[in-house]
Write a protein that binds this ligand. Sequence first.
Ligand SMILES: Cc1ncc(COP(=O)(O)O)c(C=O)c1O
Length: 364
Amino acid sequence: MTTSPQGRPEPRPGILSIAPYVPGKSSARGAKVHKLSSNESPLGASPAAIEAYRTAAASLERYPDGSATALRQAIAARYGLAADRIVCGAGSDELLQLLAHGYLGQGDEAIYTQHGFLVYPIAIASNGAKAIVAPEKNHTADVDAILKAVTPRTKLVFLANPNNPTGTYLPFSEVKRLHAGLPAHVLLVLDAAYAEFVQANDYEPGLALVSEFDNVVMTRTFSKIYGLAALRLGWAYCPAHVADVLNRIRGPFNVSAAAIAAGVAAINDQSFMDKALAHNNTWLAWLTKEITALGIAVTPSVGNFLLLHFPKDKPAASADAFLLDHGIVVRRMEGYGLPQALRLSIGDEEANHAVVAALREFMA
Ligand SMILES: Cc1ncc(COP(=O)(O)O)c(C=O)c1O
């Protein structure tokens, strides 16, 4: 019988070298706090979704529909998809973890990009596989670098498109080129958490690739434009054989009844979506212009957040402390290898003005 050095149960190799995900801070000094650290919706959730959530309170003793049928049908109707190829999860985080769990193991490699979303290395390493980082160009995924990182051990590629925290995206032509360069046994996971915000004509979240090929999955979330982050709700559109794998390994009731009800109401409330998008379009452009004018470089973003690069003589850590003192919470970027940057979510009108005023004072 083998005993661990500590004489207690030990996790699988590699688990203890995982750096835990650090969520955005949610408090600051000051009477009014503007939380702009987690890319949440400044408009809250659709009133119809809130009402559906309240109605769900009447049946808390019942298990949810384990297949989230109503939600999958609502998503399928909204996007013209096959409902049986949609799998819902407790946030898209759960789906990313399930994909890694289903397809990665000891000895395998999975690729993500240099400033890619930090859930990917966690999902990869927690399944015993090795995370391979592909360099980016101008804070943007580089298809050639990803393809160069492929080895016979590669099983999966995670691509956030648009990416968090950079806000940059790959045009669909580049995503197709990436897919065309991957061996057929490598699963390409297109994480389109911010797809609804993108206004570029050459962008596609990837549904067409999922429909056509056996090795592409797209994940989406209700946490961002729909404003339902607290409920934990996401979905994946998959080839039938991948949906089958996810349905075998997910928890039988992984999505709550309240999340299903609110999700159905949210996806059917187009006017709320339109309002949220119009808000983002206005303030993304305004903040980019105002902050750039202060001498802070802003990576052009298609999401609901901006990556701010501070000049050398103005440490980002000092800017973060200054903003906190003014009741503004943003995201530090050391974990993403960007120590001189901060990430700022688009807020409501008052928050956006407060950010620009505080940054102006900091830069003066
Ligand atoms: C790129 C990306 N993917 C996935 C997620 C996960 O979202 P959720 O688990 O709330 O659906 C996030 C959240 O910040 C994200 O930025």
